[in-house]
Ligand binder design. Structure first.
Ligand code: ZN
Ligand code: ZN
Ligand code: ZN
Length: 366
């Protein structure tokens, strides 16, 4: 590693990155259809080969270190880096690092002197090994301003009621997007969701709420509404719809897509099983298969095994590369979102649920 000629130590530069959600996607999200158009880094004017870049978010609710990278060339050379520490998938709190250092960091872009550089890397390593609990930092004031939660409350994120999750607390909203979505603040959350919301690069509380729900089987939208039946104690929260009780409707839809308006239930029993010799124009429902050992599919929510998808079943195989693949049939499925899925053929079912007639066929029709 090339060293600083005077001290034998390398310098650390603080590099800013924004928008922080795109930075998180850039470093951790393996999906192939990401929007990274606005992603931008702010570098210092000059650096030497072997210097370290501490990549810090500049627009997140709590500033966070995303990764520490080592440069291969100086500022006149090509861009080439190796990861030195991290990436920290939930972010590493800049406030916690400053507390360890006993002094605030300059805002990015900035170049530290060599002594400060060494202390900063030591503080980041220490924080990585033993993260400071968010309650000690309380950057939003949730601990300082805690108030008792009303009985008969439920967690705004995971939906658990007070009797399932006995401790519910208030979480203060700061993000304009969250405030617009919930229309008020603070929200009531369980302790588990509260800890998730206070990770340095946490999802917003509305994103966390949608994260507990399945993606739309038809268009893969993330924002899906939960349908509540019956007569709840209070008005449904945002992202929840209220449906009346119809005793004669054999199927109870649990979800409705906010984008394409498809309604469905996770219960496979509500849909008619289909044979695998389907005509290729039949729109069917199936669950995605576990990813085979010899196929590389990076993890993403769209490719998650067991997910319900709507589309056409189009099995392929045995493969011409039978030696490599074995003579397995590939149970491919062309999703209505345009993606190709591998599905479990035993889960093929009708895309529309049972009706009263399919559940109770007349003897002369069956
Ligand atoms: Zn919760
Ligand atoms: Zn909170
Ligand atoms: Zn949809």
């Amino acid at each position: 590693m090339p060293d600083d000629p005077e001290t034998g130590r390398r310098r650390v530069h603080l590099v800013g990155v924004a928008p922080w959600r795109q930075a998180v996607d850039f470093y951790y999200n393996p999906d192939d259809d990401l929007d990274l158009d606005d992603l931008g880094f702010t570098f210092p004017a000059r650096w030497a080969a072997g210097d370290l870049f501490v990549i810090v978010t500049t627009d997140s609710p709590a500033s966070a270190v995303v990764v520490v990278e080592e440069t291969h060339h100086d500022s006149t050379g090509p861009d080439s880096y190796d990861q030195y520490l991290g990436p920290f998938d939930d972010g590493l709190s800049v406030r916690a690092v400053e507390r360890r250092l006993g002094t605030p960091l300059p805002s990015a872009p900035a170049t530290l002197d060599t002594a400060s550089s060494e202390r900063l890397i030591a503080a980041i390593s220490a924080e990585e090994k033993s993260p400071t609990p968010w309650r000690e930092l309380d950057e939003r004031g949730c601990v300082a301003h805690s108030e008792p939660v009303e009985p008969y409350s439920r967690c705004a994120c995971c939906g658990k009621w007070a009797d399932e999750e006995p401790v519910l607390v208030h979480h203060l909203l700061v993000d304009i997007q969250e405030l617009e979505f919930f229309g008020y603040g603070p929200i009531v959350v369980c302790l588990t969701c509260h800890d998730l919301l206070h990770r340095p690069l946490a999802p917003s509380s509305d994103d966390l709420m949608f994260g507990f729900r399945p993606l739309c089987p038809r268009c893969s939208a993330i924002r899906t509404c939960q349908v509540d039946r019956g007569f709840p104690a209070g008005p449904p929260g945002p992202g929840t719809l209220l449906a009346g009780c119809d005793r004669y409707d054999p199927v109870t839809f649990e979800y409705r897509c906010g984008s394409c308006e498809y309604e469905w239930t996770d219960d496979d029993g509500s849909y008619q099983p289909l044979p695998t010799d389907l005509d290729d124009d039949v729109v069917a429902r199936a669950r995605t298969a576990a990813i085979p050992d010899n196929v590389y599919r990076p993890y993403s929510r769209k490719g998650e095994p067991g997910r319900v998808v709507i589309g056409r079943y189009a099995p392929r195989g045995p493969s011409p590369h039978a030696a490599a693949w074995g003579d397995a049939v590939y149970h491919e499925f062309v999703g209505q979102d345009g993606r190709i899925y591998l599905v479990d053929p035993t889960t093929l079912r009708s895309a529309e649920p049972h009706t009263w007639e399919t559940l109770h066929p007349r003897p002369d029709e069956s």
